[in-house]
Design a protein around this ligand. Structure first.
Ligand code: SF4
Ligand code: ZN
Length: 315
């Protein structure tokens, strides 16, 4: 929870005029220090995990939400010598996606960063079409598969070496929470700050905000005065992801460093062990779209075909 307060002193500079309280640190912080603190943390994360080799052509996925908008602003500021392009996927969700595109275009133009938009309708469907099918029960999972596929494909077509996404610490812990509970070892080993790729059609993926909490990105976006979309995705209600995040928040109230500790033990303890035992799958070309795939047909094409089949049946 972001608590705006007017009392206390900033734990970084001692100033009395504090802007916020960071709950996991149990400290007050002023506006200027918060901005610098977050930027410095992201810079250290990038260096620690060697996310951006010299000469990288970086594509940043921008959805219009606080995380990706903050990410674009931070990387633009701390990585002045890296070539950046912003990529937005318009998901075709009525009364939501067009605003997301407008905000994304806005921040890219404010920062003078080249902006590319891909409209999902070019694929013959929109994300809201899934809502009218049994996929409705796992909308965010389906949307995630579609976004991952299209972001990678478009970043590759744009000639990027690296694709950065705005996943923050809360997002990652929420996914890990579910995967560890289910024991999905093959998926657990894919959750890491950097997924390097040997395949030319799979761009290296990085998560520079993996050590920044949702509370911090909210504060950062607000204090930096960044443009943000005002509405919430209408398809998110009842999502299991929100329920898991609420549970993690409850735990964090008792154990403020819970998210940091979970993530750290995953990256430092479990990943090195698990990676020794989980063999990376051999990739072939999807017989339908020719993108890399673990099976004959990739997950994206499977989902898309199922959707088209369901729509046909219902006509
Ligand atoms: Fe997609 Fe879920 Fe995000 Fe909506 S809330 S854009 S359905 S991932
Ligand atoms: Zn495919």
């Amino acid at each position: 929870m972001v608590k705006k307060v007017l009392e206390g002193t900033c734990f970084r500079c001692g100033r009395k005029d504090v802007g916020a309280y960071i709950s996991y640190l149990r400290h007050y912080i002023c506006k200027e220090c918060l901005l610098r603190f977050v930027e410095l943390k992201v810079k250290r994360t990038i260096e620690k995990y060697k996310m951006l080799p010299r000469g990288s052509r970086l594509c940043i996925a921008v959805s219009g939400g606080k995380d990706s908008v903050s990410l674009l602003n931070i990387l633009h500021k701390i990585m002045p010598n890296i070539e950046i392009i912003a990529l937005h996927i318009n998901l075709g969700i009525p009364s939501y996606s067009d605003e997301c595109e407008r905000v994304s275009r806005n921040i890219a133009s404010m920062l003078d960063i080249p902006f590319y938009v891909y409209d999902i309708k070019a694929e013959g469907f929109s994300i809201s079409d899934f809502y009218r099918t049994p996929f409705r029960k796992r909308m965010c999972a389906v949307c995630g598969t579609v976004k991952r596929y299209l972001l990678n494909k478009k970043a590759y077509e744009l000639g990027a070496d690296v694709l950065a996404t705005g996943h923050n610490l809360d997002d990652i812990v929420e996914i890990l929470f579910e995967l560890y509970m289910r024991g999905s070892v093959e998926e657990i080993v894919r959750i890491k700050p950097v997924i390097r790729s040997e395949n030319k059609k799979l761009v290296t993926k990085i998560k520079p905000l993996c050590e920044i909490t949702e509370e911090e990105t909210k504060l950062y976006a607000t204090f930096a005065g960044l443009p943000l979309q005002a509405s919430t995705c209408p398809l998110i209600y009842g999502s299991r992801m929100l329920r898991r995040k609420a549970i993690i928040e409850m735990i964090s109230k008792d154990i403020p460093a819970y998210k940091h500790t979970f993530f750290k033990s995953h990256v430092k303890r479990w990943l090195p062990l698990l990676e020794k035992h989980v063999v990376a799958p051999d990739l072939k070309e999807c017989s339908l779209c020719s993108m890399p795939s673990k099976s004959e047909v990739c997950s994206y094409c499977k989902i898309k075909n199922k959707l088209f089949g369901m729509v046909k049946e219902s006509v």
